[in-house]
Design a protein around this ligand. Structure first.
Ligand SMILES: Nc1nc2c(c(=O)[nH]1)N=C([C@H](O)[C@@H](O)CO)CN2
Length: 119
C-alpha cells in the first residue's frame, strides 16, 4: 500500500462550542494520509493516474471554510467522508487539530482512520 499525504494544511473557519468561537475564525490544521497505488502514475508520469493532492486540498479547503461546526469530531468525519467518496480513497488517516485552543498545549484535536487498508 502506498500513501499520498498532505501535512499541516491550515484553514480558517468558525469552530467551537463557546460563544466567542462562533464569532471569530480560528485556524485548524489537517494532516491527511490516503491509501493509493502510485505505480501507474509513476510508470506513465501522468497526473491523470495520480491521486492529486492539490485537488484534494482545494476540496477540503472549500468545505472547511464554508462550515461552522461546533466540534472537531463533526468536521473530521465530514472531511473523511468527502475524500473517500469523491476521490475514491479506500482508507485514510486524518488528524484534525486546533492550534492554541487549549492553554498550555500546542494543539488539541483528534486522529481518525476510516475505510479498509488495501493489501
Ligand atoms: N472532544 C472535543 N472536546 C472539545 C472540543 C471538541 O471539538 N471536541 N471543543 C472544545 C472547545 O471548542 C475548545 O476547542 C475551545 O478551547 C472543548 N473540548
Amino acid at each position: 500500500m502506498d500513501i499520498v499525504y498532505i501535512r499541516d494544511l491550515q484553514i480558517q473557519t468558525i469552530i467551537g462550542i463557546y460563544d466567542w468561537e462562533r464569532e471569530v475564525r480560528q485556524t485548524v490544521s489537517v494532516d491527511l494520509e490516503m491509501a493509493a497505488d502510485i505505480r501507474r502514475a509513476a510508470e506513465t508520469d501522468n497526473i491523470e493516474y495520480a491521486l492529486n493532492y492539490k485537488a484534494v486540498s482545494k476540496r477540503i479547503i472549500a468545505h472547511v471554510e464554508n462550515r461552522s461546526a461546533l466540534l472537531v469530531e463533526s468536521l473530521a468525519e465530514e472531511i473523511a467522508a468527502l475524500v473517500r467518496d469523491e476521490f475514491n480513497v479506500p482508507w485514510l488517516r486524518l488528524r484534525l487539530s486546533k492550534p492554541g485552543a487549549l492553554r498550555g498545549a500546542r494543539d488539541v484535536g483528534l486522529i481518525i482512520e476510516r475505510g479498509e487498508k488495501p493489501a
